[in-house]
Write a protein that binds this ligand. Structure first.
Ligand code: NOJ
Length: 740
């Protein structure tokens, strides 16, 4: 055992001892108090929470971000309550605190865990300086429906990518030791399946077969548990008939018994009392019973536990062990955070919000998160030497707040550098920049600004359109049934197109959008998500070729919303479509028989392909993939195989590429997806440079829950691909043979 792991074990033993000693002194009322969390976002919380703290009947608050007030509440808890137990102070620090990083979906597009880790580290320090010691992030719900507004907060559609990014985020928030100033506890949410809301309508029910739940939705949560996420949050939604907050299969069978998770579980906002609204229980008392027996340890902003746990215990309906387990876990986190030794925030000891380091990290994150979807005639990068003028047009060119995206309670829009100001700065005096907002917001209709915009484009050498969605169009409870560009943006694009000038669309949005109706109207598209504080400078660098785009799509872009759900890791079906068999509506001959149009899995009007696939993203250079090779063609369970290929920068500029590894298990006891991401690596290559990239897979990496619901890699044949998107075509094969 190393000295440091021996030290960590000793620390854990010490904490366990201190927890046990404290628990032994607690009254039932004090224990139940620890299991409750209240909102502290209005008025002066000292007035309405002070007495509850003094009587030791409150374990946590949320939504307070003011170090002085938090310090005062901590002082009351520590000095004026009988046992002096400090508070957990929770807040939604989702993608930054004051300095805002790109949306999580944007960070996922970087395919770079360092982006997530560094961003979370900055967020933790800034949040800690406001008295916060617990964030409700990362959100690792698999999101395969872009109508769902919360796809913005997710890492997209893929379990592996989500697991890697989620784990890195947790490491960034929590650091190596939660007691270090500037680290905060993370919360993996929403356990589980929330992203599968019917029709992408937030809060709607989800129906997910157990194999699918385990193989897709639970995988990132397992990665989060393994990464040491201090807490988990249940989801609002009903999962197969049992809302997540009372779902004993998820909370007891999987999380506690199978995974041995030792952190604590918090409900979502009032989601215990909502069990009645769902129609699971008849009253709050029953709701408290179901939640506590399922394994929810703390109630967020509700009073079902506060009002009913005591009588449930005295009436013998629950056992004291359920309460002691919850309190033990909550206290353990408070000890781990070092709150018993120092509950106070020393703002001066933490770095200032929006400092240079934070802004540099935000800029790099934004740079790596932008995905270039199209670049006809290499219109990008713009040549600042050649151009005399550019028109900057659109509702999102100069909106310091909107570029931050959803969940930015504490985001400081005065730190934002907008695309317009970054372009102006880049242009200096040599390049004329004509700015026309054209639409007040992304939902505006045709107005006088349209003519002004056309005039500006006509007078300039190129038109840069900043389109998309304002921040309020995505996020919690902000789902859309139509995911096209809102308002009259498409009309604006058409009018600008008529000027005949090169048109570049830079799209800021919280979700994949359907862009088929503008794709032929613009030359280039940069999809920037909501890129955060430093979105402007990152976009300017990409537009003018200071850097090459390197983001890749973490979620499939449908052509039409009716294709949803559409994702790369789908089942093959018994009738997979091909370009030859899928006849499109306009190609159907009159009088054709029913069977002559294909008899395959596709839509007559949309075909079978998305507009842009998962993993896709262009660069200013070309990358070539060759010479795929395997260390072995046959391996046995427990073995590893190394898959390698050459990646060459075949163009003329240095750039980064995200090299991706996909696998298909050709036959399984349950059918397997046509491709699954199993590895990725971001590499920088000089012009002409070739590197050999190796990925190592253990047979455990190929394991899945099969027909018998056991996790195992099944013998048989596998295809592997290495390339720059989920449509990579450089392929090899290997087998897992039965152990001899
Ligand atoms: C409800 C959201 O679902 C959850 O993600 C968030 O952390 C809580 N509210 C607290 O704001």
């Amino acid at each position: 055992m190393s000295v440091s792991s021996a030290g960590a074990q000793q620390q854990t033993a010490d904490i366990d001892e201190r927890v046990a000693a404290l628990l032994a002194q607690m009254t039932l009322a004090e224990k139940i108090g620890q299991m409750t969390q209240r909102n502290a976002s209005f008025g002066n919380p000292v007035d309405y929470l002070g007495d509850r703290l003094r009587s030791g009947r409150l374990g946590s608050i949320l939504n307070l971000a003011d170090a002085d007030v938090v310090n005062e509440l901590q002082r009351i808890a520590v000095e004026e309550s009988r046992l002096g137990i400090p508070l957990l102070v929770g807040r939604d620090v989702i993608h930054g605190f004051g300095t805002i990083m790109p949306l999580p979906i944007g960070q996922a597009a970087s395919f770079n865990p360092d982006v997530a880790r560094d961003g979370a580290r900055v967020a933790a320090r800034e949040a800690a300086s406001a008295g916060i010691n617990w964030t409700f992030a990362p959100m690792i719900d698999i999101s395969r429906d872009p109508r769902w507004g919360r796809i913005a907060e997710s890492y997209g559609e893929d379990p592996y990518l989500t697991g890697v990014m989620g784990a890195a985020t947790i490491e960034g928030f929590q650091g190596d030791d939660l007691a270090t100033p500037g680290t905060i506890a993370a919360c993996a949410k929403h356990f589980a399946g929330y992203g599968a809301a019917e029709a992408g309508r937030d809060y709607s029910a989800t129906y997910i077969p157990e194999n699918e739940l385990r193989n897709v939705h639970l995988r990132p949560f397992k990665a989060a548990a393994d990464a040491g996420a201090a807490t988990f949050m249940t989801s609002f939604s009903d999962v197969n008939g049992v809302p997540a907050t009372a779902n004993d299969f998820l909370l007891r069978k999987v999380l506690r018994d199978e995974w041995g998770y030792e952190g604590f579980v918090v409900s979502d906002w009032d989601s215990i009392r909502q069990l009645q609204t769902h129609g699971l229980t008849e009253n709050d008392r029953e709701s408290a019973f179901q939640a506590v027996t399922a394994g929810v340890h703390m109630e967020m902003e509700g009073d079902a536990y506060f009002n009913h746990l005591e009588s449930l215990l005295t009436d013998g309906e629950i056992d004291i062990a359920a309460i002691d387990t919850a309190v033990r876990r909550i206290l353990r986190l408070k000890f781990e955070l070092g709150l018993f030794d120092n509950p106070y925030t020393d703002r001066a000891a933490l770095p200032a919000i929006g400092n240079e380091d934070a802004l540099a990290i935000a800029k790099r994150a934004a740079l790596e998160s932008v995905v270039m979807l199209q670049n006809k005639n290499a219109v990008l990068p713009l040549d600042a030497q050649q151009l005399k003028s550019v028109a900057v047009i659109g509702p999102l060119a100069d909106k310091p707040y909107e570029q931050l995206g959803t969940w930015v309670f504490d985001g400081d829009p005065t730190l934002s550098v907008t695309p317009l100001s970054a372009i102006q700065q880049f242009a200096g005096t040599d390049l004329t920049v004509r700015y026309v907002e054209a639409m007040r917001n992304s939902r505006s209709r045709v107005g006088p600004g349209f003519d002004e915009a056309v005039a500006a484009a006509a007078a300039s050498d190129a038109a840069l359109l900043f389109l998309g969605e304002e921040s309020i169009l995505s996020g919690e409870a902000h789902s859309r049934a139509d995911i096209g560009l809102p308002g009259d943006q498409v009309e604006l694009v058409r009018r600008i197109r008529e000027t005949g000038k090169p048109v570049v669309a830079v799209i800021l949005a919280g979700r994949p959008l359907t862009l088929a109706n503008i794709i032929d109207e613009v030359d280039a598209i940069l999809f920037a998500w909501h890129p955060g504080t430093m979105g402007g400078p990152a976009i300017a660098d990409l537009l003018f070729g200071v850097a090459s785009p390197s983001g890749k799509l973490p979620a499939t872009f449908p052509r039409m919303v009716g294709q949803v759900p559409i994702y790369y890791a789908h089942g093959n079906t018994g009738k997979p479509p091909t370009a030859e068999t899928a006849t499109l509506i306009d190609d159907i001959e009159e009088g054709a028989s029913q069977t002559s149009v294909g008899n395959v899995a596709y839509h007559l009007d949309a075909g079978f392909k998305p507009l842009f696939p998962f993993g896709y993203g262009l660069s200013y250079t070309e990358f070539r993939y060759d010479n795929i090779a395997l260390s072995a063609n046959g391996i046995e369970p427990g073995d590893r195989v190394v898959i390698s290929a050459d990646v060459t920068n075949a163009g003329e500029i240095a750039a980064e590429e995200v090299v991706q590894l996909y696998v298909r298990d050709l036959a399984g006891s349950i059918t397997r997806p046509v491709r699954e991401l199993k590895g990725f690596r971001r590499v920088g290559l000089a012009p002409g440079q070739t590197v050999r990239i190796e990925f190592e897979l253990h047979t455990d990496d190929l394991a899945f829950y099969g027909r018998n619901m056991q996790l195992a890699a099944e013998p048989g044949s596998f295809h592997v691909w290495i390339g720059g998107s989920s449509e990579a075509d450089l392929q090899a094969s290997f087998r897992i043979d039965k152990s001899r």
